[in-house]
Design a binder for this molecule. Structure first.
Ligand SMILES: *[C@@H]1O[C@H](CO)[C@@H](O)[C@H](O)[C@H]1NC(C)=O
Ligand SMILES: *[C@@H]1O[C@H](CO)[C@@H](O)[C@H](O)[C@H]1NC(C)=O
Ligand SMILES: *[C@@H]1O[C@H](CO)[C@@H](O)[C@H](O)[C@H]1NC(C)=O
Length: 156
């Protein structure tokens, strides 16, 4: 019995290590619900995450402007590191002018780790202040249509 349990645990640990750095759809739904996101907004969020990061929580994207680095976006919600993280006065407040001026209180590298609860907290505050249009991935892919089966979360 014990040997069987140990073997089962080792198998789970092995599988965990071999997975790429993605979150499941239900992980994202859980993190968003914990921040008070209503179900009516959930498909927009899942479409946003699919197009911004494809659920990869440790992804960094550098956008070039000509030959110069234009901006760098981080993590599952692809926060721009020039606005949303790493400011000494970054805020946990929902107050929009504070959030727009100083960004979220998080260090930028905490938007790349496997804990997405702080990412969701920041994302939901940004969305409350400025809407889903803040994310190009949403504006280009989700604004008029979130009916795709991949945004279904009824199993979560
Ligand atoms: C993301 O994490 C995976 C799994 O740990 C790793 O293989 C990959 O290199 C990481 N990617 C980045 C950009 O850090
Ligand atoms: C943080 O706030 C202080 C006090 O208002 C201000 O002097 C400082 O310039 C701010 N720093 C940043 C990076 O915004
Ligand atoms: C969304 O629909 C509006 C109104 O029909 C249209 O003007 C706009 O171009 C559409 N946006 C996208 C990204 O498809």
């Amino acid at each position: 019995m014990d040997a069987f349990r140990i073997a089962a645990l080792l198998t789970i640990a092995f599988i965990d290590c071999s997975l790429s750095a993605t979150k499941s759809k239900c992980d994202v739904v859980t993190a968003l619900r914990a921040e008070g996101v209503p179900d009516k907004d959930m498909r927009d969020w899942l479409c946003l995450v699919q197009h911004e990061s494809n659920y990869e929580y440790n992804v960094t994207k550098v956008k070039m402007v000509g030959s110069a680095i234009g901006s760098t976006t981080l993590g599952i919600f692809q926060f721009n590191n020039a606005y949303w993280c790493g400011n000494a006065n970054g805020t946990s407040s929902p107050t929009c002018w504070k959030l727009r001026t100083f960004g979220c209180a998080d260090a930028c590298n905490t938007f790349l780790d496997s804990d997405i609860s702080n990412d969701a907290n920041c994302a939901v505050r940004v969305q409350h202040c400025d809407g889903f249009h803040t994310w190009v991935g949403w504006a280009q892919n989700c604004v008029n249509d979130t009916t795709a089966p991949s945004y279904d979360y009824s199993g979560c």
